[in-house]
Ligand binder design. Structure first.
Ligand code: UGA
Length: 436
């Protein structure tokens, strides 16, 4: 008999995990205290954009295996409980806010049947799982806790969940490992590497991986700064170093840097935790990674000023892209939207377009202008900023767009447009980290 699963927290991670586990044949109960979200999911509607996920959600609801509820008592039918709630950055510090994770443990504990396994998937500071075990055992002495970090990327959530490049489980005993091997059997059959770790190592794997990815991006953006100063080309440099398999060619796309709900807050929470542990020196470099990342945004604004004027008040600026990356409608700590907001604060008239993230962007920055199409966005603009590399923007006809703008000036903040095509059409094209 397959174990019955519950998923606590039905945001990005939880909704994806619930639908994917159901697609593997498990009965899954998704629980969240947000009744609007649960109503929406129950109707087969996804509260965010993720390619293919809404279709999968509908299929799984129709199969009868996937249900959603706001009532925690319902989880008493389940054997394994995945904690998928968020751990955002605290308002007034770099540290992660653990109130949702602690709340989730307190909410599930009274309903656990004997022998239940609670499995944390949220990204947490090292040492949290041990602390949560104590909270859990105080209410449900028989229950066990494991940690199973998630590595999915937005835009590839289904693929990364069903065909991950590794499964990492932090456990304190063989029984917990056996339960998790049973749950993940269909994925293990694909030859997926399985890594058993202790609780602190499993927590650390996640933040170490995100810190490494952030470091790669800031490294190439630091090289972009040097290339600009020395007259080099960062895209050629990235290609050349990427052929060394020890370096690899992924995550070396220079531009306006990383954003989203994960990389920025994870490196900050990691630094905060290291300080608590008295090991802050070890992660001092992450402060620089964060600074390089934020500098990439500021550099774009400097370029805008150099191409227009120091005083931006009389200029119309078109921003193509609001999401933190393509194939997502997530605008959390989005570099594109941050730049748009900073230009607006500097007095420019800023109009934003995004294929998917218009509603969340508008909610976050209601004072910006929003255009329903990229053509409307650039109408009469003094300068165009390409800040999220959607396919739709790569397919723009620069000759047509030249007839729409006031001046044919463009900054490619993602090094993703075909410069030759734009310059041939008569545009002044500024690329980050390349000769201009
Ligand atoms: C990231 C990790 O890649 C996932 O493995 C992890 O599971 C997830 O965080 C998480 O912690 O939940 P995600 O936030 O979806 O995934 O986005 P990424 O694809 O990592 O991109 C992050 C940011 O870096 C984006 O703003 C992207 O535009 C930027 N980026 C990425 C670059 O500027 N250059 C690159 O070469 C790659």
């Amino acid at each position: 008999m397959k174990p019955v699963l519950s998923v606590i927290g039905t945001g990005y991670l939880g909704a994806t995990h619930a639908a994917c586990m159901s697609s593997l044949g498990f009965t899954v109960i998704g629980v969240d205290s947000d009744s609007a979200k649960i109503d929406q999911l129950s109707r087969g509607e996804l509260p965010f954009y993720e390619p293919g996920l809404e279709e999968l959600l509908r299929q799984q609801i129709a199969s009868g295996r996937l249900t959603f509820s706001t009532d925690f008592a319902i989880i008493s039918n389940a054997d394994v409980h995945f904690i998928c709630v968020g751990t955002p950055q605290k308002e007034n510090s770099l540290a992660a806010d653990l109130s949702f994770v602690k709340g989730a443990i307190a909410s599930v504990a009274p309903h656990l049947k004997s022998g239940s396994l609670v499995v944390g998937k949220s990204t947490v500071p090292v040492g949290t799982a041990q602390e949560l075990t104590a909270i859990l055992r105080a209410i449900a002495p028989q229950a066990d806790l494991a940690w199973n970090p998630e590595f999915l990327r937005e835009g590839f959530a289904i693929e990364d969940t069903l065909r991950p490049n590794r499964l990492v489980v932090g456990v304190t005993n063989d029984r917990a490992e056996h339960i998790l091997k049973d749950v993940y059997a269909p994925i293990l059959e694909l030859g997926t590497p399985w890594i058993r770790a202790d609780l602190p190592t499993s927590e650390l794997v996640k933040v170490a991986a995100n810190s490494f990815l952030a470091t790669k991006i800031s490294f190439i953006n630091a090289m972009a700064e040097i290339c600009e100063a020395a007259g080099g080309d960062v895209t050629v440099l990235a290609q050349a170093i990427g052929y060394d398999p020890r370096i690899g060619n992924k995550f070396l796309q220079a531009g306006i840097g990383f954003g989203g709900g994960c990389l920025p807050k994870d490196i900050r929470a990691f630094m905060a935790r290291a300080e608590e542990l008295g090991a802050e020196q070890a992660l001092e470099f992450l402060r620089e990674i964060d600074a390089i990342n934020l500098r990439a945004r500021a550099r774009v604004i400097d370029v805008v000023r150099s191409m227009l004027s120091a005083d931006l008040t009389s200029y119309k600026i078109a921003v193509l892209g609001a999401a933190f990356k393509p194939e997502s409608d997530d605008v959390r700590d989005s570099p594109a939207l941050d730049i748009a907001a900073q230009l607006h604060a500097a007095g420019a008239t800023v109009t934003v377009h995004d294929p998917k993230a218009m509603a969340p962007a508008q909610k976050r920055f209601p004072t910006l202008n929003f255009a329903q199409s990229s053509q409307d966005c650039v109408a009469d603009a003094d300068i165009v900023l390409h800040l999220t590399e959607w396919k739709e923007y790569r397919e723009i006809d620069p000759s047509l767009f030249k007839t729409l703008v006031k001046r044919p000036l463009i900054i490619d903040g993602r090094n993703a447009l075909d410069r030759a095509k734009w310059t041939a059409a008569g545009w002044t094209f500024h690329a980050l980290g390349r000769k201009n």
